[in-house]
Ligand binder design. Sequence first.
Ligand SMILES: [Mg+2]
Length: 259
Amino acid sequence: MKVRGIIFDFGFTLFHFKNVSMKKYFDCFRRGLSKSIKILKQEKVLEDKGQMMEDFITIFNKKRATYFKQAMKTKNEFPTTLLFKTTLDQLKEKGYEIQEEKIKNNFLEKLAELYHSCEEEEWKPDEKTKFTLETLSKISNLKIGLISNHPNHKTIKNLLRDNEMNDYFDVIVTSAKFGKRKPNSDIFFHTLKRMGLTKNDAEYCIMVGDEAADIVGANRVGMQIILKERDYEFPYEKEINLPNLTRIKSIEEVLQYID
Ligand SMILES: [Mg+2]
């Protein structure tokens, strides 16, 4: 059976987080937030006097936790730009003076990029990722896509660009930009469509991912499914029990499944 398309997940499928631990992961965001705050101060959006800074951080952390819970429940994505916007809006509602004209889209994008910048330094491609993508890109009539559940589109784009991998993909989709997260079916259909494929092509396409959201979602839309097994176990990891699941240990093993 000729494969028409292959879609990869990003984190722990093509790239890994160096020496991953929950502590390290959260530490990245704490450091990232400090960088965003520095810009907010420089631009005089936030002032380091009275309660303002403390209130900003409290609202931000609370809002982040709420969005995270909602995202898990509804499979809607709440982008990091929105997180900064609503935090500043709430700060204003609390009576602080916020200069609206400074909160433009490109400013929110800069804040989000800085917030994720420490995380960005830690994601590295697996040893065989480039070789695998390079090999696949030479196969005629095979479309290559990427779907990442990430709240900031720019972060994924930067990582692919900095590792010279952008050109291998026909389509790069993030939940931040699309608005829905895997395993929601719409994000898979949207990606297939942008790859020039239809719902009927799904059975000739492969999804490669490392967790239930990738595998269960792709299976539901009728795609073939490959799980890249991770060494690191996530907290609250869901077990996948699907009879048609193929398991691989290293990314280049996908090449065996493309004829
Ligand atoms: Mg992943």
